[in-house]
Design a protein around this ligand. Sequence first.
Ligand SMILES: C[S@@+](CC[C@H](N)C(=O)[O-])C[C@H]1O[C@@H](n2cnc3c(N)ncnc32)[C@H](O)[C@@H]1O
Length: 274
Amino acid sequence: MFKDKLKHLRESAGFTQKELAEKIYVSRSAINKWELGNGIPSDVNLDAICKLFNVSEEWLLDRNDLKIFAKKIEKLLSQKEKDYILEYYSEFNNEECGKWNTSLKAKWYDYKTTEYFEENFNFKESKTICNIGIGPGHWDRYLSYHMNDECKLISIDIDSDITETFRLCLENEENKRNIEIVNSDIFEYIPSHKFDIITMIGSTVKEIGLYKEAFKKAISMLNDNGELFYSSVTKEETIDLLLSAINDTGHVVNNYQRLEKYGKVLILAKIMKE
Ligand SMILES: C[S@@+](CC[C@H](N)C(=O)[O-])C[C@H]1O[C@@H](n2cnc3c(N)ncnc32)[C@H](O)[C@@H]1O
């Protein structure tokens, strides 16, 4: 991020904050503020830093900076935002993904997943929902548009490109629902409250890689009446595997469906307190 890069450049050149400030004609407190991540230089000062250390603006500011410095670098930001959003949307229809995204199989997955969720979960009354694993963000968007007005959604993903792109897309869509995006490994995430509903769907648990641990963590984040929505597209999975994963958590599989169509498998499960 900009703040780390600036500090690294300054220290590598052997400058104190005061010395750097003098070289680019700003106050020492401005340098300190930038290194703490509390602001970004104006275009003129950014230019001066780039010239002094012989680095490019592109290198100095990365994707995470755009989020923090949005207002101050409007010109740069808006161009980059547009690029990311365009890139993101065009990926849906490129040669590789388009075939899948527009296929009957993909529509079938989406339809069955939402149908199961709406039939089995108390989501209209939920106040707090958490989705683990954002991926392309369709599911998080679906949740945000269907949850009730007082509900808050927390969307978590380990990948900062995913969380940032998701943020930009929500902004682009002017999605005003109450959504907090958290960029964290689920195992490091400490929620400030427990959830009414947690969802871990699609290939999320497979990508997390730690099957039993993923369920333990998700269940630990549920409140007393909390419900966990788990779905999987892994053919080899069985209900026994799921039961053994939640075996000592005090939770049970309340409902389990294994659907097969178009040569694909979709497992849908509701897990809640015994
Ligand atoms: C394929 S996506 C799931 C997308 C969405 N749930 C769906 O089905 O449309 C899986 C996501 O899980 C995220 N992920 C993988 N390991 C994770 C971890 N340890 N903590 C949080 N997120 C993780 C990945 O970055 C990826 O975006």
